[in-house]
Design a protein around this ligand. Structure first.
Ligand code: UT7
Length: 323
């Protein structure tokens, strides 16, 4: 028998305020047509004033608990993937833990920017595989609207706020690809590319800073590295794109999503796409897309799902799981 980290529940939360592309036309030299054609984004949600990452993470976590039919006391560990925590410390994860009234177990944040949820999933899988936890909630939550330079049209039109939460539970499998749960993971980073996507401030420099991105360069790395990591994860199982029911990609740009699917030989009919509605929500984009994909009836129990992401670092990776 093989211990597997199996999906038990999923949920998400999006702030009420929806901002269409047209809203940027009044303050920036940009158009709805440019944003849509270059990124696929049509609208995004922005957190209300005073609404923090842990607030929206907690809302997503409650939705996931309800979906799983569990109480907070049933969870052993909370991992929050975020680059926009409320405070320098404590972690957003411990804030969610307190908000849920959970006084046992443990909670911590993972920071791998847009790849954070994939890194969180891989860590949750390791905790379950090693017997350190039976149920782990992995949350991707971001308020990227807080780190936008509203005068920089090349970045501020691309990002949004939101949160998604996935609950993984230890279950026994047969050790084959037919098992439900996480089947393979692949994580990578290369700090030589740190200048391509970063925030030009932080605690140690006593500034907050804004997101800076060399979009074209990141784009170039994205398609190549995303298809490579997905193929590596699938390869560990002797599988290829032909075996995939759903790709749930990081939602940064529809052209990256299409390019990666094409390289993997997977039809766009088998890709969950939410970038038009959410924009790029960094670590929240994958659990948001998974949750929407389940709600829409796209992802079903038993489906083979590949999820992949790349972001600042550069950091990138993929996870193959049977839903
Ligand atoms: O989530 C983390 C990973 N991030 C990503 O994966 C993002 C990767 N990069 C991208 O998605 C794309 O590179 C962007 C959407 C950011 C940009 O698309 P692009 O096709 O690479 O455009 P570009 O940066 O080459 O810019 C083309 C033109 C430039 O004008 P010139 O120099 O050709 O005259 C820009 O100044 O578009 C201009 N431009 C804009 N025009 C209207 C840049 N931003 C805007 C804008 N509205 N908002």
């Amino acid at each position: 028998m093989t211990r597997r980290a199996v999906v038990r529940g999923i949920g998400h939360y999006l702030p009420d305020r929806i901002v269409p592309n047209s809203e940027f036309e009044t303050s920036l030299d940009t158009t709805d047509a440019w944003i849509k054609s270059r990124s696929g984004i049509e609208r995004r949600h922005f957190a209300a004033e005073g609404q923090t990452t842990s607030d929206i993470a907690a809302r997503a976590s409650r939705a996931a608990l309800a979906n799983a039919g569990l109480d907070a006391s049933d969870i052993d560990a909370i991992i929050v993937a975020t680059s926009t925590p409320d405070l320098t410390f404590p972690s957003a994860a411990t804030m969610v833990q307190a908000e849920l009234g959970m006084t046992t177990g443990f909670a911590f944040d993972v920071q791998a920017v847009c790849a954070g949820f994939v890194f969180g999933l891989a860590n949750a899988n390791a905790l379950i595989d090693s017997g350190q936890a039976d149920r782990v909630m992995v949350i991707g939550a971001e308020t990227f609207s807080r780190i936008m330079d509203w005068t920089d049209r090349s970045t501020c039109v691309l990002f949004g706020d939101g949160a998604g939460a996935l609950i993984l539970e230890a279950q026994e499998g047969n050790g084959t690809n037919a098992d439900r749960g996480i089947l393979a993971t692949d994580l990578n980073s290369d700090g030589r590319f740190r200048d391509l996507l970063y925030v030009d401030g932080g605690v140690s420099t006593q500034t907050t800073g804004y997101l800076r991105m060399q979009g074209k360069e990141v784009f170039r790395h994205a398609v190549e590295k995303l298809s490579a990591t997905a193929e590596t994860s699938l390869g560990k199982l002797g599988l290829t794109g032909d075996d995939v029911d759903w790709i749930v990609p990081h939602q940064a740009n529809i052209r990256i999503i299409k390019g990666t699917a094409k390289k993997m030989g997977v039809s766009m009919d088998n890709v969950v796409v939410t970038v038009q509605d959410h924009g790029n929500t960094s670590a929240a984009s994958i659990p948001l897309a998974m949750s929407v994909g389940v709600q829409n009836g796209q992802i079903k129990k038993g489906d083979l799902v590949v999820t992949e992401a790349i972001g600042g670092g550069l950091a990138w990776g993929s996870v193959v799981l049977r839903w």
